[in-house]
Ligand binder design. Structure first.
Ligand code: GLU
Length: 550
């Protein structure tokens, strides 16, 4: 018996040949980059995964290339229901679109599929069978018990642990022996490595430059006992047949590159370019560590959604991490969309971008300050629908008023920046909506210089006045008339010249009015707030306050 008959005995149903597959998935006509994002459908999306997908997407699309989605579900244990749908909808929410790939659990687009690994079992087997046929791979019958014995023996002798060289005992089986064992025992298929630890491989990583590592010499498992390939083997076959030009992935795969290069060479495939992205780091006291799924809520993309960061603000922030020159570009091009920025893989950090919440908040705040009042309203409304249903109902009812409030100070050179995330909106609407106003906790805190007597007198006078609200100036004049009538200075300068002569200055009164009506110290422009509310509602609020003061 030879290895050809062994291959037939192990894979009797596999009739396709590598040549047939080559013909079915011909080289792409484009010379532009082809990249992919290849998540496992765990339903959990790590911010690092979003970053990697953005890098791959931008890298392909900024040069007119192709970006596709491949679902890596060979690890059955990690699968969750609806994982694929969740991934797709999360990405489209971030404006990241795939040219090819699954569009749901059952449908897909593109001619290099199937794009879900569990649907590609027969494709992998064609190549596995071919490697067995050529004597470059072989079945291994070791149980996990056998493997732990091997490990103990190696440890006792001070040898490197693992399945390699003379330690790889099923390497030595003849095709007859292997075929006979396969009739009764489960087996995995291993690569018969021709590498040596003493030789080096070298490759050019697009982010990290030239890297040298020892060759792979392990007989790595390429097909598990259930007939499903390992990540390593599926990576080689898929990225070859899908004609990926650049494999952009997390740095945790860097140590597997020697094996991957050996697999590509053994299979006779051209190797793609690699780019290994450093993980996003977090400052933790004195030291830095990877952002962790277990310890850091901000590691999950869902966190940004829950906290109400606009998706574009998150993307914008990630662009800052990806390429340090993005920030300057943004200042020079405030109105441009991020896709107009051309980034360079070689400018990416090798040590890992540092996650910076302050920076994120800054980016988000600036982003929201550039949005129109209508889109602020729509986005905040969508957020509230999911996370604050009661507020959502009120917002829907008060569309016009709410949009008017969001419109205050918008489009100014010094645009208002009181909204960092949609989660700030409930606090703002609390002082705007009469229904929520009573829920604002705490006492009214007026300027310390205002006596109770002056406060009551001023608020009563304002309440009974009928200020002309047609312009800011006409309104301000009405307030000043009350102020000067009470013995307050008409402005700060006059007050400072003769402080003893006056009861105070208009700033104190303005602040008192703001607090009486809105209960807060900082709000968008007071005149605009009052205009949006209407004088009657302001008057009613003053009454509530006066009842407390008297
Ligand atoms: N499924 C792998 C992961 O989730 C993909 C790595 C790659 O992009 O090749 O880490």
């Amino acid at each position: 018996m030879n290895t050809e008959s062994l291959a037939d005995a192990l894979f009797p149903d596999i009739k396709d040949s590598p040549a047939a597959l080559e013909a079915r998935f011909p080289k792409r006509s484009t010379t532009a980059p082809v990249t992919r994002f290849a998540p496992s459908p765990t339903g959990y999306l790590h911010i690092g995964g979003l970053l990697a997908s953005l890098v791959s997407e931008r890298f392909a699309h900024q040069s007119g290339g192709i970006f596709f989605l491949r679902i890596e579900d060979t690890d059955k244990e990690r699968e969750v229901p609806n994982g694929i749908e969740e991934i797709i909808s999360a990405f489209s929410g971030f404006g990241i679109t795939f040219d090819e790939g699954p569009t749901s659990d059952t449908a897909e687009k593109g001619s290099y599929g199937p794009y879900i690994q569990s649907k590609r079992a027969d494709i992998y087997k064609v190549y596995i069978k071919e490697l067995v046929r050529q004597g470059k791979a072989y079945p291994c019958f070791c149980t996990s018990d056998d493997l732990s014995k091997l490990r103990s023996e190696q440890e006792a002798k001070g040898a490197k642990t693992g399945y390699y060289a003379d330690w790889a005992k099923h390497r030595a089986l003849t095709p007859e022996q292997a075929a006979a064992e396969a009739k009764t025992k489960p087996f995995v298929i291993r690569l018969k490595s021709s590498g040596s630890e003493t030789r080096k491989i070298s490759f050019d990583d697009c982010i990290r430059g030239t890297i040298e590592m020892p060759e792979n010499d392990f007989d790595a498992v390429i097909m598990k006992a259930d007939g499903i390939p390992t990540y390593h083997f599926a990576h080689a076959v898929d990225d070859h047949l899908m004609r990926t030009t650049h494999v952009i992935r997390g740095e945790e795969w860097l140590s597997s590159v020697p094996l991957h290069l050996e697999l590509f060479a053994t299979l006779g495939f051209e190797t793609p370019r690699y780019a290994h992205i450093a993980p996003i780091m977090k400052q933790d006291g004195e030291s830095r560590r990877k952002l962790s799924k277990r310890h850091d809520p901000e590691a999950a993309v869902r966190f940004y959604h829950e906290q109400g960061y606009p998706v574009n603000a998150v993307i914008e922030y990630l662009m800052n991490i990806i390429d340090g020159s993005f920030e300057r570009w943004r200042v020079e091009n405030p109105a441009a969309v991020h896709t107009e920025f051309k980034f360079d893989l070689s400018r990416m950090s090798k040590s890992g971008g540092l996650f910076d919440m302050t920076k994120l908040n800054d980016v988000s705040q600036n982003f929201i300050s550039r949005m129109s009042a209508e889109s602020v309203y729509e986005s905040a409304l969508r957020w509230a629908e999911e996370f604050k249903p009661d507020l959502h109902a009120l917002m829907k009812e008060k569309r016009e008023f709410t949009t008017a409030v969001f419109n205050i100070g918008r489009g100014d050179p010094k645009a208002r920046k009181d909204i960092r995330t949609w989660a700030d909106v409930p606090n703002i609407l609390a002082y705007c909506y009469d229904e929520l106003f009573p829920s604002i906790a705490g006492d009214y805190v007026f300027p310390a210089t205002m006596s109770n007597e002056n406060l009551v007198a001023f608020l009563t006078a304002y309440k009974n006045a009928n200020p002309d609200m047609s312009t800011h100036d006409s309104w301000y004049k009405a307030v000043l008339d009350i102020a000067t009538g009470m013995g307050f200075a008409p402005d700060m300068k006059t007050f400072k010249k003769n402080p003893g002569v006056y009861k105070g200055q208009p700033g104190e009164l303005m602040m008192s009015l703001r607090i009486a009506v809105l209960k807060i110290k900082e709000s968008p422009d007071l005149y605009s707030m009052f205009s949006a509310m209407g004088h009657e509602r302001a008057r009613a609020r003053i009454d509530i306050c006066l009842n407390k003061l008297r």
